[in-house]
Structures are given as structure tokens and as C-alpha cells.
Write a protein that binds this ligand. Structure first.
Ligand code: CP
Length: 355
């Protein structure tokens, strides 16, 4: 387990940091190699130890990041805002409806102008399939600063990085042979983006996990993300499969991540349709009985917010399998690693656990 591992000093020297990270966008994990993701995780782990030990780590003095939200947030907004403050910088919280975007200002003009005032732009634009990722790529094309994806229609790379960090903290670095169940679950609150399950199925097979995706037929994910998951599993020598029921996904799983998402075809135009169809699948809930299908020591994870009583029972989310608060906390440390590595002028020296 991570707690028992040695701590060794490592250095992401300035040359390496500049070559791999400085000024680079963080839009999907697909654009980062396994080695680069390992560095992000190591730096996140080190920043976590520094934060808990109250060791100053001001890698970004006087730097500004612009946080542009087209959707609501608790964890993402506050992990970035608190994180940049702890790194010595400052965040501007921006909502699209209060910006000139609402009057039609272009992604090009927004990107050029904001990047001329500061050092990075982070964007959440996740509710309309086909729009969010394209929008942030257009901002990135013109911005003279890194663009960070705080969740789009395709990926939620800040969440999945925190999820991988959490899984490794609990289970160690070698995840070979372990099964991860990513499952759709019923929720009546709102049609949630598809980007969390898509991000999970793309990232986790690269780091040793055998991934099983379960969803009702109306909740199929974007074909390109499923194709990427298959290819990533093939290259990593892991497994990726799709099943049509929650029980098959949970059976023998060492990690379960059941959550709701909307229907790809109607998400952007009629999100209520996703909720109407979901009424036929109320039994897709993560409860104590279903957890018994997973391994005895299985982890229950959810990016939050969770629809308690619908996606998951209190018994499970508040029970011994649940690691949701550690998972949410790790959003802070991973967001800081992404900002430190893509924005800092200086080298980032860090200690890592393990060999
Ligand atoms: N998991 C997540 O992204 O949470 P928020 O929507 O609160 O940012």
C-alpha cells in the first residue's frame, strides 16, 4: 500500500518540465503519454504531502488563471481557486452568461485577450455534445497560454486524474488484473454530461485496469471514446468490454463507479428526454445487495455530486467501500499539479512514493 512505500526524491528539471509541460494545453488525457501522466500523479502526491504538512509550495507567484464556466460546479471551481492561491497565484471566476460570450464574442477573441492578461485559461463547457471540446480547442488555438479542460463533452481529465490517484492510493501502483466497473445509474436531477464515463474508459485501461462499461441501450457513449478505450486496452494488454446490465459489470469488480449520464442524441437539444427515458431504469442503483457482487474490498467511487437514494443508497456512499471524499479531495492536488507543471517558469522538484 502507498502508506508503506519509500519516499524518494525526484526532479522534473526545468528542461524536462519545459519540454513536456510548459505552456501545454491539458484538454484530454489521450494527448498525454503514460510517462507524462505518471509525472502529473507524482507531483500531485508531493503537493498533497506539502499541503498537509503546511510546507509552502508557491510555484506560481503572481500568476493568474481565468476559470470560465458554462455550467455549475462545486469541486472543480473550488479546487482550482484554492489550488492557485496555494501555488501563489490568483484565479478569476468567470461565467459565460456574465461575459461577452453571451453577446456572441468569439472563442478567438476571448482566447487572445484573456491570455494577454494572465497565464492560463481553464474552461468547463460540458452539456452540449459536439460543442465544449471544440470550443476549448478554438480558444487554445489562439491563446498564448495553456488551456485546461475543466470538463467538456468528451472528457473530464481533471476528474479522471484524481480518480487514478485515489485508486493507486488505496490499491497501489500495480493494478493489473483488477476489474473496474463503470456503470450508468438512475438519477432524476438533471441530464449529466457523458464525459466522466468516457474519460474513465479511455484512461483506466492504460494503467492496468480491466474496464467493463454497463449502460442501457439509450445511454451509449460517443463512438470515438469507445474506440479509444478499445485501442488503449489493446495496447496496454488489458481488457475493455461493454455489457447491458449493472450486475454483470459489478460481478468480481474491485472498483465500481456507477453514475448517471444523459442520452447522446438528445442531451443538447432536449435534456428532459434523457430524464424521461431514465424512468424506465430506476433499478439501476448502487445498493448494498449489488455491492455484494463486487469483491469484498471493492472501492465505491463517484465524482460527485451524487443523487443519493437514486444513483446510490446512503448505506453504500457512507459505507466502508466508499472513497468519495478522498476522491474529491484529490481534485485539489491534481488540479495543482496540472497548473504547476503547465504554468510554472521554474523547475518542479518533488518527492514520490514507490520505486
Ligand atoms: N466532479 C465534479 O466535477 O464536481 P463539480 O461539478 O462540483 O465541479
Amino acid at each position: 500500500m502507498a502508506e508503506a512505500q519509500q519516499v524518494s526524491r525526484k526532479r522534473c528539471d526545468l528542461e524536462t518540465k519545459k519540454a513536456l509541460f510548459k505552456g501545454r494545453d491539458y484538454i484530454t488525457t489521450q494527448e498525454y503519454s503514460e510517462a507524462e501522466i505518471e509525472i502529473l500523479l507524482d507531483v500531485a502526491g508531493d503537493l498533497k504531502r506539502k499541503f498537509k504538512g503546511r510546507v509552502p509550495h508557491r510555484y506560481l507567484p503572481d500568476q493568474t488563471i481565468f476559470l470560465m464556466f458554462f455550467d455549475k460546479s462545486t469541486r472543480t471551481r473550488n479546487s482550482f481557486e484554492a489550488g492557485i492561491t496555494q501555488l501563489g497565484g490568483h484565479a478569476h471566476f468567470l461565467t459565460a452568461d456574465a461575459m461577452q460570450i453571451s453577446h456572441g464574442e468569439s472563442a478567438k477573441d476571448t482566447g487572445i485577450i484573456l491570455s494577454s492578461y494572465g497565464h492560463a485559461i481553464a474552461i468547463r463547457h460540458d452539456l452540449i455534445p459536439g460543442e465544449g471540446n471544440a470550443y476549448m480547442r478554438e480558444v487554445a488555438r489562439w491563446a498564448d497560454a495553456p488551456v485546461i479542460n475543466m470538463q467538456c463533452d468528451i472528457d473530464h481529465p481533471c476528474q479522471t486524474l484524481a480518480d487514478l490517484m485515489t485508486i493507486r492510493e488505496k490499491l497501489g501502483r500495480n493494478l493489473r488484473g483488477r476489474k473496474l466497473a463503470v456503470s450508468w445509474a438512475y438519477a432524476p436531477s438533471y441530464a449529466k454530461p457523458l464525459s466522466v464515463p468516457q474519460g474513465l474508459i479511455m484512461l483506466m485501461p492504460r494503467f492496468g485496469l480491466d474496464v467493463v462499461l454497463a449502460a442501457p441501450p439509450e445511454y451509449a457513449l460517443m463512438p470515438q471514446t469507445v474506440a479509444a478505450a478499445r485501442e488503449n486496452a489493446r495496447r496496454a494488454g488489458t481488457k475493455f468490454e461493454i455489457v447491458d446490465n449493472m450486475d454483470d459489470a459489478f460481478r468480481g469488480a474491485g472498483i465500481v463507479i456507477p453514475k448517471s449520464w444523459g442520452c447522446l442524441d438528445t442531451m443538447g437539444t432536449n435534456p428532459k428526454e434523457s430524464l424521461r427515458i431514465a424512468e424506465g431504469y430506476r433499478d439501476w442503483i448502487c445498493n448494498g445487495e449489488r455491492m455484494k457482487l463486487a469483491t469484498e474490498d471493492a472501492l465505491y467511487m463517484h465524482p460527485l455530486p451524487a443523487d443519493r437514494g437514486n444513483e446510490v443508497t446512503d448505506e453504500v456512499i457512507d459505507g466502508p467501500h466508499s472513497v468519495v471524499y478522498q476522491e474529491a479531495e484529490n481534485r485539489l492536488h491534481t488540479a495543482k499539479a496540472i497548473m504547476a507543471l503547465t504554468m510554472a517558469e521554474q523547475e518542479v522538484v518533488y518527492e514520490m512514493t514507490g520505486s
